[in-house]
Design a protein around this ligand. Structure first.
Ligand code: GLU
Length: 491
């Protein structure tokens, strides 16, 4: 059997973490098996579907590197790939089901249904369709039809038996048919419901495996009944567990960024995002965690999707992302940082390639997200540094700090070469002359230049800040120290 899988988003928002993970698992499964990855847009909810959202889904998938083999834009043998363009197919299947006695028209109005649901709730019963229109005689139906009142189409769910399947993730799952009511296939306005359109399309698009979130588990028995009624073989189902926030509640906007696009804006790179998404509910051998998309596509299997809920851990995302940044070659890493900073309104064009490469090199392991370049690299990007209070107190407590900084400023000003080597040499020789450890002088310089207790290597910092700004910062710090009342310890 050739593998054909699909990602079938409803275009009612951005591409969110859950959807992106579903798309990724389908894409990986297709790639791992030489199969086909189909993108189908389930836009039958016309009130909520938007073109902007469809575009956002395309953009999100492309950003992650999940190109589709069939679907919008690229076309394919089983199109169209927008459900609103497939009405004729749903109509044809609906007619077949009616002819076979597996579906019937329902004229119950919204108000009638609501009133019956309320009465059921009062009696402590689960809300379900009471079968009123299923029991109509042919004569009643003819009369209703003649009245011209709009009718929905309902599935005649068998009262007996059960609908069961072997889920790749969950094992045997079964539902008693008598708990599934006569669900709507086509609404009175002529639009198909999700369950109906999904089955018609999965069948006609020859989908072999349905991989989706477990929020759809309760739809599966209904879909199985539909396959049976249409005389079609159902696909294999795999329901991935839900994604929880750190507090154990279903991941939602309350937990912060949830759209793939928002993570991009936070400085997550596609490689890191895709790797992290893969690990949300899937693991290879419980050990290896870092994978490129290609590596994942070689080892991915549905059987290794876990049945337990996955917890979204931002720290882990940042760690995985940092590892992927580290894997990039220096030129590419620099290009990404520069592009990210440009998107944040910081143009590094006039700094020159050598400076840009040195800047990103200096950030080193501190670069876990592209956004870290802005914080860790603030000393080099901003003209004014933000001074950390504890760091400043620490500097003030060092004996003779102001004088030593003034001496350093003079050396910096006189260093015509201003290279990493010359900066290191002048700092070390000044420390010897002053009779202090190089580390002591460097610690003071660090606070003066970056405002922080920790930073990239001090010679890189000096070089990136540049002579003029470095001299001004070191002098400025010395002046501020001199103007401050001394703490008893420092005198
Ligand atoms: N349109 C549905 C959704 O976005 C698709 C579910 C499915 O994969 O069957 O949830």
């Amino acid at each position: 059997m050739s593998v054909r899988v699909r990602f079938a988003p409803s275009p009612t928002g951005h591409l969110h973490v859950g959807g992106a993970r579903t798309a990724l698992y389908n894409w990986l499964f297709a790639r791992a098996n030489g199969g086909t990855f189909v993108l189908r847009i389930e836009d039958t909810d016309e009130a909520r579907s938007t073109e902007a959202s469809t575009q956002a889904i395309f953009d999100g998938l492309r950003w992650l590197g999940l190109t589709w083999d069939e679907g919008p834009v690229v076309g394919g043998e089983y199109g169209p790939y927008f459900q609103t363009q497939r009405r004729d197919r749903y109509d044809a299947c609906a007619a077949r089901l009616v002819a076979a006695g597996a579906a019937y028209p329902c004229w119950c109005t919204g108000e009638e249904l609501a009133a019956r649901r309320a009465a059921q709730a009062e009696r402590g019963e689960d809300p379900r369709y009471d079968g009123a229109c299923r029991r109509l005689s042919e004569a009643d139906r003819a009369a209703k039809r003649a009245s011209g009142a709009p009718a929905a189409l309902r599935f005649a769910t068998p009262a007996e038996g059960e609908s069961a399947w072997d889920d790749v993730v969950r094992g045997r799952v079964s539902f008693r048919n008598d708990v599934l009511d006569d669900f709507v296939l086509v609404r009175a306005d002529g639009l198909p419901t999700y369950n109906f359109a999904c089955v018609v399309d999965d069948h006609e698009m020859r989908i072999s495996h349905v991989v989706r979130g477990d929020d759809h588990i309760s739809n599966t028995p209904r879909q199985l009944l539909l396959y049976a009624a249409l005389g079609a073989t159902p696909p294999v189902f795999a329901h991935a567990s839900m994604i929880l926030g750190p507090d154990g509640k279903r991941l939602s906007k309350r937990h912060g960024a949830t759209s793939v696009e928002a993570f991009g804006e936070l400085g997550i790179v596609p490689e890191g995002m895709a790797n992290f998404l893969a690990l949300l509910g899937w693991s290879f051998d419980g050990k290896q965690e870092l994978f490129s998309l290609d590596e994942l596509a070689r080892v991915f299997t549905l059987e290794k999707i876990g049945a337990n809920p996955a917890v979204f851990d931002t720290q882990k995302l940042e760690w995985v992302n940092g590892q992927h940044l580290k894997r990039l070659d220096e030129a590419e890493r620099t290009r990404r940082v520069v592009a990210f900073l440009a998107s944040r309104g910081r143009e590094l064009a006039e700094r020159g390639e050598e400076w840009r490469l040195a800047f990103v090199r200096a950030l080193g392991e501190r670069l876990r997200t592209l956004a870290d370049a802005e914080t860790v690299g603030a000393f080099a990007l901003d003209d004014e540094v933000v001074v950390d209070e504890a760091a400043w107190a620490d500097l003030g407590a060092r004996p003779g700090a102001a004088d030593r900084l003034l001496a350093l400023a003079a050396r910096l000003e006189g260093d015509a070469e201003y290279t990493l080597a010359s900066l290191e040499a002048l700092t070390r020789s000044l420390a010897t002359e002053l009779g202090v450890k190089a580390g002591e002088l460097i610690g003071m310089a660090r606070v003066a230049l970056t405002g922080q207790k920790t930073s990239p290597g001090i010679f890189e910092v000096l070089w990136l800040v540049g002579r003029e700004r470095a001299v001004a910062r070191v002098r400025g710090a010395a002046a501020r120290l001199a103007a401050e009342p001394r703490s008893p310890m420092a005198t």
